[in-house]
Design a protein around this ligand. Sequence first.
Ligand code: PGA
Length: 232
Amino acid sequence: MLIAGNWKMHKGPAETAEFCHALRDRLTELVGVDVAVCPPFVSLSAAVTALAGTEIAVAAQNVHWEARGAFTGEVSAPMLLELGVYGTIVGHSERRQYFGETDESAARRAAAALEAGLFVIACVGELEGERERGETEDVLRRQVGALEAHENLVVAYEPVWAIGTGKTATPEQAQEAHAFIRTLIDVPVLYGGSVKPENAAELLAQPDVDGALVGGASLDVESFVAICEAAR
Ligand code: PGA
């Protein structure tokens, strides 16, 4: 069971250090569950330092597929590894929606990161209209089909209509999508989309839900720890 906190564009280095020290103090309660935090690039170093010697992993929110080159604004896998970063998210729906990420570019990022030795959380999920039109499986088949199974890869199923909306998929909807993803690729599948301390236990109890990618509720130590406890 993996619980990863996707901080998005929240918490600079000072706030990150403060959060990670507080999380560290609650470590004893996190036994039996893998935990990761995904701060913005500029805060990765602060997180790595604050969590050194703990089992809590630090992951980035994106990574480029080349090791170096003329790619203004991008960061490579070797650079993240040098910093002590353990993994990265790729293909988040916000990258797809606002920054032109495609199935192909997300897959390139994932493949290069895995090749370099990072753990990868690859995000997939349908838009509200796609679900309404009965296209969920077609979308997932296309998005997951771009990825290749790897021992350090997990997929995060994040229905876009559930992200930051407070509208969580029902445990049945999540289970159905996760079971379908499992027929496409043999890797663990996390659920993401308005996961909160109140709904985490029920979602995580589904047979094909292997953890959660948590946005808003991961920004507060108490609610993040509560979700980790629900996973246990
Ligand atoms: P949310 O975000 O938990 O705030 O809905 C999840 C995500 O985007 O990873």
